[in-house]
Design a protein around this ligand. Structure first.
Ligand code: NDP
Length: 257
């Protein structure tokens, strides 16, 4: 009974930014649980790379090209997939960027706007477009990828745009959860600590900063993409049927101190 609840057999999932990093691991986790996965990326080569990575493990996947900041394009894809053989009932809003080492007093307008546009607007456009179809079907599960940066202020690097954007993702998650809970659609978020992906590669050349991160983390290590994918899998599945509006913190204890 409990194992069945973790199965995603018969479900159709779409993962934004699914061609690399945390997104690709999420695609693998959902496919392993039985879902048909659509990998949504800005660059078709990333979707193809993700598709090949899944094919190597004998999982079939589709790819679609979309920039999450293009609300009309997001809506068009949601509408097209709703009428296809794979209507999306699991949406993972993973696409995101950071502009770290970027003190507020010298941040450019573009740096602020890019982060907010992709992380906040992009998440909303996707939730709205796919959420409409889930509401019409009376069921669906959305998982947004937030961050501990939406709960605390990272140090030592200045990254106010990112931190504010992820706080907005968390609160958006709660707003949509409350609006849609009575109509069969759950909306949750995962809030990861530092994860070993291209996004955090800049720390490799800054030992002092990396050591500060580790000193602030009870477990004394960064996370792996698989450790976030398994939380997303749980939240997407019926094993999390009572969870909506939850921000599940996966941080090696970072927010304890
Ligand atoms: P990556 O940089 O490896 O992956 C981010 C993905 O998002 C890329 O595939 C990127 O595609 C895609 N993306 C960016 N902008 C857009 C857009 N406008 N439309 C569509 N796709 C887009 O980062 P991570 O895997 O580390 O991050 C994944 C998520 O996890 C992000 O939301 C991030 O904020 C969050 N997170 C990451 C942490 C970490 O330490 N790594 C910690 C906490 C949260 P492209 O190559 O085209 O830019």
């Amino acid at each position: 009974m409990y194992r069945e609840k973790l199965s995603l057999a018969g479900r159709n999932a779409l993962v934004t930014g699914g061609g690399q990093g945390i997104g690709l691991a999420i695609c693998e986790a959902l496919a392993e649980a039985g879902a048909h996965v659509t990998i949504a990326t800005r660059d078709p080569r990333d979707a193809e790379a993700g598709r090949q990575a899944l094919a190597a493990r004998n999982y079939a996947a589709d790819g679609v090209v979309v920039d999450v900041t293009d609300a009309a394009a997001v809506t068009a894809i949601a509408d097209r997939l709703a009428a296809s053989d794979h209507p999306i009932d699991v949406l993972i809003c993973n696409a995101g960027i950071s502009r770290s080492q970027n003190p507020a007093e010298s941040m450019s307008d573009d740096d602020w706007l890019d982060v907010v546009d992709i992380n906040v607007n992009g998440t909303f456009w996707c939730c709205r477009a796919f959420g409409r179809h889930m509401l019409a079907a009376g069921r669906g599960s959305i998982v947004n990828v937030g961050s501990i940066s939406g709960l605390i202020v990272n140090r030592p690097q200045g990254q106010s745009s990112y931190n504010a954007s992820k706080a907005a993702v968390h609160h958006l998650t709660k707003c949509l959860a409350a609006e849609w809970a009575g109509r069969g659609v759950r909306v949750n978020a995962v809030a990861p600590t530092y994860i070993n992906t291209p996004m955090t590669a800049f720390a490799k050349s800054n030992r002092a900063m990396y050591d500060t991160w580790m000193d602030a983390t009870p477990m004394g290590r960064v996370g792996t993409v698989e450790e976030i994918a398994s939380v997303v899998h749980f939240l997407a599945s019926d094993a999390a049927s009572l969870l909506t509006g939850s921000i599940v913190v996966a941080d090696g204890g970072y927010t304890c101190w």
